[in-house]
Design a protein around this ligand. Structure first.
Ligand code: SF4
Ligand code: MG
Length: 344
């Protein structure tokens, strides 16, 4: 079985002393498989980064997981429910440092500016492998070569600021791989890069995933990136996964109005500047404090009809490995929309 991690109906709530609880993520449910990439896509604030940080139990103290399980099975037939672990426990620390690594948009959030990249990766390797300093440096150089840093032996002695943005990103990836993780979580790792470097880093991540037999959870707001990297995609809106499935199925036949709105803007996104500016959907995302009680997308949906504001739609399968949460897919009274799989 290649299943590495099962998110089972996981909800995440933030509390503050003088305000009502905020449900930042509602019943997220997905599986991460070795050798595969799941992309979480959505606008900023939709809960995708919170979901990722929950897997590592790196949330603020005021966050809790009121329901759901995070079943992690890295091998040996042992399964741990990460949702039940104390974030500061030895077990959780060992998962974080050993089995799950995370990379970010900004490499300087994981690299120290005052040590050479070689020294930082050496140190990571020494924590995880029974090697002497010389052996660790040899591994470091091997890793730097694996992530495509030219002149790895010399570059190991560079400080992060001496590297270009693309090389710094590669150094961070090398650092994340130093513990031979089972799962790599990538949170917008290419967003700050130019288009060419972005394509190179995506290629690199794909081949490293295969080489290391890792599962990958890839977080992005960019559907173009999803098409490049992912096997499966989960589209998030205001804490809800509104559509999920095989990347090919979802791109060929998107069923949720939010996904369809995101998709319809892709062909126009040729220039990077447009990509950043473009907001293809009318209106703004409501605050999670004022979440509509029915469908999360009600306030912006061009097709909203009678049940939408009041009743939260259930996931509805549209093909074997593809579902969406939308009343259009189940209600016989729903308006007809081209391209949707609707009841007669
Ligand atoms: Fe739009 Fe209603 Fe479907 Fe929500 S449930 S996406 S409001 S049609
Ligand atoms: Mg984020």
């Amino acid at each position: 079985d290649k299943t590495l991690l099962r998110m089972e109906d996981v909800s995440i709530v933030f509390s503050s002393p003088d305000e009502a609880d905020i449900e930042a993520v509602r019943q997220v449910d997905f599986t991460l498989t070795r050798g595969k990439t799941l992309a979480l896509v959505g606008e900023s604030g939709c809960g995708k980064s919170v979901t990722a940080r929950t897997i590592l139990r790196l949330l603020d103290k005021n966050a809790r997981i009121p329901s759901g399980r995070i079943l992690f099975s890295p091998g040996d037939g042992e399964t741990t429910d990460i949702a039940t672990l104390n974030p500061d426990s030895t077990a959780m620390r060992s998962i974080r440092g050993n089995k799950i690594s995370m990379i970010f948009q900004e490499p300087m959030s994981s690299l120290s500016p005052v040590h050479t990249i070689g020294a930082q990766i050496d140190e990571m390797i020494l924590l995880h492998e029974n090697l002497d300093k010389k052996g660790a440096r040899a591994r470091t150089i091997e890793l730097l070569e694996q992530v495509g840093i030219p002149g790895a032996r010399q570059r190991a002695d560079a400080y992060p600021f001496q590297l270009s943005g693309g090389l710094r990103q590669r150094a961070m990836i090398a650092m994340a791989l130093a513990c031979k993780p089972d799962l790599l979580i990538a949170d917008e790792p290419t967003t700050a890069l130019d288009v060419t470097t972005q394509a190179q880093i995506l290629d690199l991540l794909r081949s490293l995933r295969d080489e290391f037999g890792m599962a990958m959870l890839f977080i992005t707001h960019d559907l173009g990136v999803v098409a490049e990297i992912a096997d499966e995609v989960a589209v998030m809106y205001l804490g809800d996964v509104v559509e999920q499935g095989d990347v090919f199925d979802v791109f060929k036949s998107p069923q949720h109005p939010y996904t369809r709105a995101l998709m319809s803007s892709i062909p126009r996104m040729t220039r990077r500047a447009d990509r950043q500016r473009l907001n293809p959907i009318q209106g703004t995302v409501p605050s999670p404090k004022n979440r509509p009680s029915g469908c999360a997308f009600t306030t912006r949906c061009p097709h909203a009809f009678e049940p939408c504001a009041a009743v939260r739609p259930e996931p509805t399968g549209t093909s074997e490995n593809h579902w969406a949460r939308c009343h259009l897919l189940t209600d016989p009274q729903a308006p007809r929309v081209d391209g949707l799989i609707q009841p007669k």
